[in-house]
Design a protein around this ligand. Structure first.
Ligand SMILES: Cc1cc2nc3c(=O)[nH]c(=O)nc-3n(C[C@H](O)[C@H](O)[C@H](O)COP(=O)(O)OP(=O)(O)OC[C@H]3O[C@@H](n4cnc5c(N)ncnc54)[C@H](O)[C@@H]3O)c2cc1C
Length: 483
């Protein structure tokens, strides 16, 4: 075998071996394959992986590395700049081809375009693939040839296309080069925190491709059938918890899609079958987020709707800090923020409530919330996070209107009716009777006393009054419209 059959596979947000188009393309050539990971946070600009993501990435790389070892392969880890690292590895190994699966973050698209053209002009064969989405985000357009800004029309258009192809099996055999290029250890990247704050995250998650597969299997054979009603209940395990696996590509969306589709096809029409359809539609929201990221790349930092550029956001550092620490005095908000801090994840319903609280009750700029989520979520994903925040703030595509302001008390009562979610994450309120659990400040003093709770001490009084905050938010909206 001549050295010119050697291929580099550049792993990025696709830390798996199955359903990996770039790996399969390299394996098909029949020559040696060099799996590579390059750590280059400076190339991601403001949106370099946050602390929780780095923690996850450390473990995900270890897991991928072990999977490759078991096939007699090695993961070559280098530091950026990415172009120089790839050129160096190609020179050391004689590789003449580079394969990767595409990423869609604006800074990465610019970088990869440049890398592709430089490598090609240096005589290398370069090919990229879609390994992250069900449908290539750039090709979906409306009848006028424009990108969609409304989810339902976008999703109808996706569903009119041929169904996503079935996932590709992991290559059964990969050819190792005669000698491996030198490499760094995962530890050398310094992704782990110096002070170990990650005990709660460690307890909550298993990391890597095998764990992702097990989580998918568990969900499809269990919770998926009740997803339609269970998905809005933070007090139950009603959602798939697949988001970090999808973000890091330990699982592909095609694997999730087809696994659920197979189960759906076994079911008679009814709630369970509807639940599967509802789940597939949520994967559709992820697709929509990537579509928006590709077509409106400025939205990672700016509102999609121009009229929100003049919105009079406040700058209240104390309020922001109270929100971040789960000390707002609104139990469902505080429970959510503490779940996030402890486990690196928060239930979607609660994400909407806490985001709305920050943006509307506290009038803090949605970008401050997005930045906090970015640092603390293990599933922090530029497409989904941007969509989520702009949706709540009312300044994005197909967003909730700004004037619709979530009432944290009613949201708590409706979606955490027994108060179990609050009791779990705000244990200082655990002894409060359910009637009062979502509004402790309304609790009669004798009940508070019996429960052993002193408001303002063990648990804060509300940092804003709901009705006053609502009026202030609506006034700010009116002001921005006049401006
Ligand atoms: C303010 C805000 C910020 C968010 N930030 C992120 C983020 O950084 N990363 C992230 O993955 N999701 C984000 N979401 C979307 C959603 O909350 C999470 O995807 C979901 O909670 C993950 O849990 P799950 O895997 O159990 O979801 P499930 O309900 O089981 O859904 C399955 C998958 O569908 C996708 N999905 C579900 N809901 C949405 C949605 N509303 N938008 C886009 N994709 C969706 C996710 O990939 C998810 O893993 C955000 C939502 C809000 C309101």
């Amino acid at each position: 075998m001549s050295a010119s059959d050697t291929s580099i596979v550049w792993f990025r947000h696709d830390l798996r071996l199955a359903d990996h188009p770039a790996l399969v393309a390299a394996a098909k050539r029949g020559g040696p394959v060099i799996p590579v990971f390059i750590w280059a946070p400076e190339e991601e600009g403001k949106w370099a992986a946050g602390a929780a993501s780095r923690w996850w990435l450390h473990r995900s790389l270890k897991s991928l590395s072990e999977s490759l070892d078991s096939l007699g392969m090695r993961l070559t880890i280098r530091r950026g700049p990415s172009l120089a690292a790839i050129q160096a590895i190609a020179a050391e190994t004689g590789a003449d081809a580079v394969y990767w699966n595409r990423r869609y973050e604006p800074a990465i698209v610019l970088r990869d375009t440049k890398i592709k053209s430089t490598l090609k002009s240096g005589g290398l064969h370069v090919e990229s693939f879609n390994g992250a989405c069900l449908f290539e985000p750039s090709i979906i357009k409306n009848k006028q040839g424009k990108p969609f800004q409304v989810f339902s029309a976008f999703w109808r258009s996706c569903l009119s296309l041929p169904e996503p192809t079935t996932p590709i099996r992991r290559p059964s055999k990969l050819v190792a080069p005669k000698t491996w290029p030198k490499r760094l250890t995962v530890e050398a990247l310094g992704l782990e925190p110096r002070v170990d704050w990650a005990g709660g995250i460690r307890e909550a998650w298993k990391i890597g491709e095998a764990a992702a597969g097990q989580q998918l299997k568990r969900f499809v054979s269990g919770g998926a059938a009740g997803y339609l009603t269970g998905r809005d209940r933070p007090d139950r395990a009603g959602t798939s918890r697949l988001s970090p696996y999808l973000h890091f590509g330990e699982l592909s969306p095609r694997q999730a899609w087809h696994s659920v589709r197979r189960r759906q096809s076994d079911m008679p029409p009814g709630d369970a079958e509807d639940s599967m359809a509802c789940f597939l539609r949520e994967l559709g929201w992820r697709e929509f987020a990537y579509h928006l990221l590709v077509h409106f790349p400025h939205t990672v930092n700016e509102p999609l709707r121009d009229q929100f550029r003049a919105f009079p956001w406040g700058h209240d550092d104390a309020a922001l800090a109270a929100w971040q620490r789960g000390q707002t005095g609104y139990p469902v908000v505080d429970a959510g923020m503490r779940e996030l801090w402890t486990t690196g994840w928060m239930h979607n319903r609660v994400r909407m409530v806490v985001a709305s609280f920050l943006v509307k009750h506290l009038l803090v700029d949605w970008r401050a919330g997005a930045a906090w989520f970015w640092d603390t979520l293990v599933d922090a994903d530029l497409a989904n996070n941007t969509l989520g925040w702009q949706w709540v703030a009312g300044c994005g595509a197909d967003a909730a209107p700004y004037f619709r302001i979530f009432n944290p008390i009613l949201q708590g009562r409706k979606f955490d009716p027994g108060g179990d979610y609050v009791r779990k994450w705000a244990p200082e309120l655990a002894a409060l009777p359910t009637k009062w659990i979502h509004a402790p400040w309304e609790t009669p003093p004798s009940v508070l006393e019996t429960a052993g709770i002193r408001l303002g001490r063990a648990y804060p009084k509300p940092i804003v009054d709901h009705a006053t905050a609502r009026k202030r938010a609506l006034a700010a909206l009116a002001e921005s419209r006049q401006g």
